[in-house]
Design a binder for this molecule. Structure first.
Ligand SMILES: [Zn+2]
Length: 66
């Protein structure tokens, strides 16, 4: 159980680690809410998003009928 982490901490295009934080928002995912964080590469200008499961809120699971 990892509470919060960024799986892709480098540019997916040029693999540079020189990136800028762009935005963060919570979006619905297949297993519950996810936090989508957008980054922009300073080296090549690529923009990408990394998603991780949103921390907490276990009561918001979907498809878990009692
Ligand atoms: Zn890049």
């Amino acid at each position: 159980m990892t509470p919060f982490e960024c799986p892709d901490r480098k540019c997916p295009k040029c693999e540079s680690t020189q990136y800028l934080f762009r935005a963060r928002k919570t979006v619905p995912g297949p297993n519950g809410p996810e936090v989508e964080t957008k980054y922009r590469c300073q080296a090549c200008g690529a923009v990408w998003a990394a998603r991780v499961p949103a921390p907490g809120r276990p009561e918001q699971r979907e498809g878990d009928a009692a």
